[in-house]
Design a binder for this molecule. Structure first.
Ligand SMILES: *Cc1c(COP(=O)(O)O)cnc(C)c1O
Length: 362
């Protein structure tokens, strides 16, 4: 790690070193073909093998059954905010949204273009510092689906497990910032989507997992590209896919598998977050902005006593080669994003910086 520094960016974010080294090689010459991965035809055997490998790695890692399609799309999670309701939310139907931060607000806003949206729960009046309890969730009579954001990247909160939902509804989840950071039971979901750039690879590819029985039923006439079935029928190769991103995602998924799979990843992520939460709670100087029981293992949000000290913290941390710690402008303070590939060593270095800064300014 000589010429690299610790990058706490919320996304795009740190990727595993060995994946980056492999990608450098593949950019130049993919598997001895004499052609780099970005230069291969997406119809040729070399690339279709890559796409199949990435899908297989995804299915193996998360135990995704055959009755789910695994798609590699473009447009980011933000495109899923409208593609999903355009596809499934009829004009006179209702979708229930669990609004736990800015990203879920954005998702709900797009859904309102297509049908009725019921906010089944929100913690807006608590500055999105907590996740609602089950008894605070009030569903509508017959929602088509229930949408949740599993990890709130900006506020630093995370659902510990999926809430119970009405029997006839299915769960739609924006898992952009915690996908494959812990074991997941996909059968609890109708649709799960994630932009790759936090936990899975480079920006430009969006992973979408869809229960196949939902594919036949778009509730309105949609352009070919917006129909999930188009991509499912063609193995995500209907048009030119984000080929480099799909390649790197496959390597990242394999890297996660080598770390002990999702269970191993969960253990490592818990240990990493613990290093920081321990330091923060031991020092009265800092306040966590997320409530106990709701705290994210991916994005750790905290403050010093004043905005001036927050600014000094970010500046001095950068001088100490700890980058990307400024909090989102809507929350202020600091945010340490420590996704799957972020090394534990970086958390330890930040923990000692936390102690040192508090000692000098407390
Ligand atoms: C980053 C993020 C998004 C936005 O993703 P894009 O791929 O930029 O559209 C959406 N939801 C969550 C939870 C995020 O963390």
């Amino acid at each position: 790690m000589t010429d690299r520094i610790f990058n706490f960016s919320a996304g795009p974010a740190t990727l595993p070193e060995e994946v980056l080294r492999d990608a450098q090689e593949a950019l130049w010459n993919l598997h001895g073909t004499g052609i780099g991965v970005m230069e291969h035809s997406h119809r040729g055997g070399a690339f279709t093998a890559v796409a199949q490998e990435t899908e297989a790695a995804c299915r193996a890692l998360a135990g995704i059954p055959d009755d789910y399609a695994v798609l590699f799309l473009q447009g980011g999670a933000s495109t899923q905010f409208f593609q999903l309701p355009a596809h499934w939310l009829a004009e006179d139907a209702t979708a229930d949204y669990l609004v736990t931060g800015s990203w879920s607000e954005k998702a709900a806003k797009e859904a309102r273009r297509y049908g009725k949206v019921h906010e089944a729960a929100t913690t807006r009046d608590q500055d999105f510092g907590v996740i609602p309890r089950q008894d605070q969730i009030h569903y509508s009579d017959a929602p088509t689906y229930v949408h949740l954001t599993s990890n709130n990247t900006i506020f630093g909160t995370q659902w510990v497990s999926e809430p119970e939902i009405p029997a006839e509804a299915w769960l739609a989840c924006d898992a952009s910032s915690d996908i494959f950071s812990r074991p997941i039971d996909l059968t609890r979901y109708g649709v799960l989507y994630a932009g790759a750039q936090k936990n899975l690879g480079p920006a430009g590819v969006t992973l979408v997992v869809v229960r196949r029985d939902l594919l036949d039923a778009p509730v309105r006439d949609l352009p070919t590209m917006l129909r999930y079935a188009t991509h499912a029928e063609q193995g995500s190769l209907y048009n030119t896919p984000p080929s480099f991103g799909i390649y790197v995602m496959g390597r990242v998924l394999r890297w996660i598998q080598e770390q002990g799979g999702l269970a191993g990843m969960a253990r490592a992520n818990e240990e990493k977050a613990q290093v920081l939460y321990d330091a923060l709670s031991e020092l009265d100087f800092y306040a966590c902005t997320a409530g106990e029981g709701s705290r994210s293992l991916m994005n750790i949000t905290f403050r010093t006593p004043t905005p001036e000290l927050d600014a000094a913290f970010v500046k001095e941390a950068l001088a100490a080669q700890l980058s990307g710690l400024k909090g989102h402008r809507s929350v202020g303070g600091m945010r340490a994003s420590i996704y799957n590939a972020f090394p534990k060593e970086g958390c330890e270095v930040l923990a000692s910086f936390l102690r040192d800064f508090a000692a000098r300014n407390g």
